[in-house]
Design a protein around this ligand. Structure first.
Ligand SMILES: N=c1c2ncn([C@@H]3O[C@H](COP(=O)(O)OP(=O)(O)OP(=O)(O)O)[C@@H](O)[C@H]3O)c2ncn1[C@@H]1O[C@H](COP(=O)(O)O)[C@@H](O)[C@H]1O
Length: 128
């Protein structure tokens, strides 16, 4: 069993445990906002570590971020394999190509052709 699946199984089991028994159980008890707050903090710490450029710190903070992302997945009834499957689905598709396809799909249809403009001659402009 790989570490993601192993950890996901532990995170699932923690749903049955009392909050005082473990860190993950206490996060579940504090609810979605507490989990999201941790993800925000860990994302910020990852950014700071990357700016410092210390490889061990980057790995440490990213592990914290991934871990709390796994807690979020479990809290939402989702599994890491679903994220892995999405990455597999995207594999080999250039990000630039994906973005270009997306903006075509999102752009509104061509507008109706404009009505004929009023004649420039002034013939139909009525009495002067
Ligand atoms: N991988 C992790 C893991 N990574 C980080 N953390 C915890 O995440 C917490 C938050 O990290 P911070 O750096 O923000 O530390 P902090 O400022 O003290 O945290 P807060 O006070 O803000 O909550 C710390 O308590 C870390 O120990 C983790 N806690 C648990 N796991 C895994 O989850 C399993 C279940 O954990 P428990 O539910 O605690 O048994 C463990 O066996 C591990 O495999």
């Amino acid at each position: 069993m790989d570490i993601l699946a192993e950890l996901a199984a532990v995170l699932e089991h923690r749903k049955t445990q009392p909050p005082e028994s473990s860190y993950v159980a206490s996060l579940y008890a504090r609810g979605l906002d507490a989990i999201l707050k941790k993800i925000g903090e860990e994302a910020t710490e990852t950014v700071l570590a990357a700016k410092d450029g210390v490889p061990d710190k980057i790995v440490h903070e990213l592990a914290d971020l991934w871990f709390h992302s796994l807690v979020l997945l479990a809290h939402q009834g989702l599994r890491p394999e679903q994220v892995l499957a999405e990455l597999e689905r995207r594999f080999g598709r250039s990000g630039l190509a994906e973005k270009a396809g997306r903006s075509r799909a999102e752009s509104p249809p061509n507008p109706e052709p404009a009505a004929d403009p009023a004649p420039a001659s002034g013939r139909d402009s009525g009495p002067t």
